[in-house]
Design a protein around this ligand. Structure first.
Ligand code: MG
Length: 261
């Protein structure tokens, strides 16, 4: 190989690696993940773009949100299967927009709108929960739509995936090289998750109370540990002492205060 060409390629590789590292270094270094955004203190609607912006403003490592699927295949951000009483899976996106607005005047956010809002910064990660659907076919269709949107927007560096659906988790692992996928449902031991390519376990705090050795097992396996939904100071203190990686909470401000103690 021509020597000058080789040196040029090497320089590009080193610059590329440096840039990638720089990007990783920009994320906030704390354990705080705001559950459905930071909504409580400012009385914002959960899963609104306003609650995402507030989580970013207060400096959370991550802001969690839930993705559902309309009848006409639009990925939207909402926790329940219904939007303020209207079933999402059997409604079109426009029907949901026409039906009601969130209490702060926002329409139900689309995944595209939500990701675009989150991608205006590089400090708070977007913790994307793909919600289980009524059939496996719809779960696959939603997951494909989510992956396509993330690819189109080049949002991958911002995203960590979480899901209660084992099918969805495995689908993302199989189809998105390098995706960080954590499992929410709590029944699988750390070794099983590792075997299946999961990035971590994101389990309810009671799961760790019932299986006190799972935190050590997960750490030994190099799995990331996230715990939900931890709102009491005493529970936060216990988990901080056990050095879990992330704590998902409706009280991000309280968690920041607890960390400082
Ligand atoms: Mg969620």
């Amino acid at each position: 190989m021509n020597k000058r060409f080789f040196v040029a390629i090497l320089a590009i590789m080193i610059t590329g690696t440096a840039l990638a590292q720089k990007q990783i270094k920009s994320w906030n270094k704390n354990v705080v993940i705001a559950h459905r955004g930071a909504w409580k203190t400012q009385s914002l609607p959960e899963n609104s773009i306003a609650s995402l912006k507030e989580a970013i403003r207060i400096g959370c490592f991550g802001s969690e949100f839930d993705v559902q699927f309309t009848k006409d295949n639009v990925a939207v951000v909402n926790h329940n299967g219904d939007f303020l009483g209207k079933d999402i899976a059997t409604s079109t996106y426009q029907e949901l927009v026409d039906y009601k607005k969130l209490s702060n005047g926002e329409s139900i956010p689309t995944l595209v709108e939500y990701l675009k809002a989150g991608m205006k910064q590089k400090k708070t990660k977007l913790i994307l929960e793909i919600k289980p659907q009524k059939t496996q076919e719809r779960e696959e269709a939603l997951t494909k739509a989510v992956i396509a949107t993330v690819n189109e927007l080049k949002a991958a560096p911002w995203i960590e995936y979480i899901t209660f659906s084992h099918f969805i988790g495995k689908y993302v692992i199989a189809n998105v090289p390098g995706a960080r996928v954590s499992y929410l449902n709590g029944e699988l031991e750390p070794a099983k998750l590792k075997e299946q390519g999961f990035y971590g376990l994101d389990y309810h705090q009671n799961v760790f109370k019932k299986n006190p050795d799972w935190i050590k097992q997960a750490k030994d396996l190099g799995l990331i540990i996230n715990v939900w939904t931890v709102n009491a100071e005493k529970d936060m203190e216990g988990l901080l002492a056990q050095k879990v990686d992330y704590i998902t909470t409706n009280e991000p401000e309280l968690l920041f205060k607890t960390i400082k103690k």
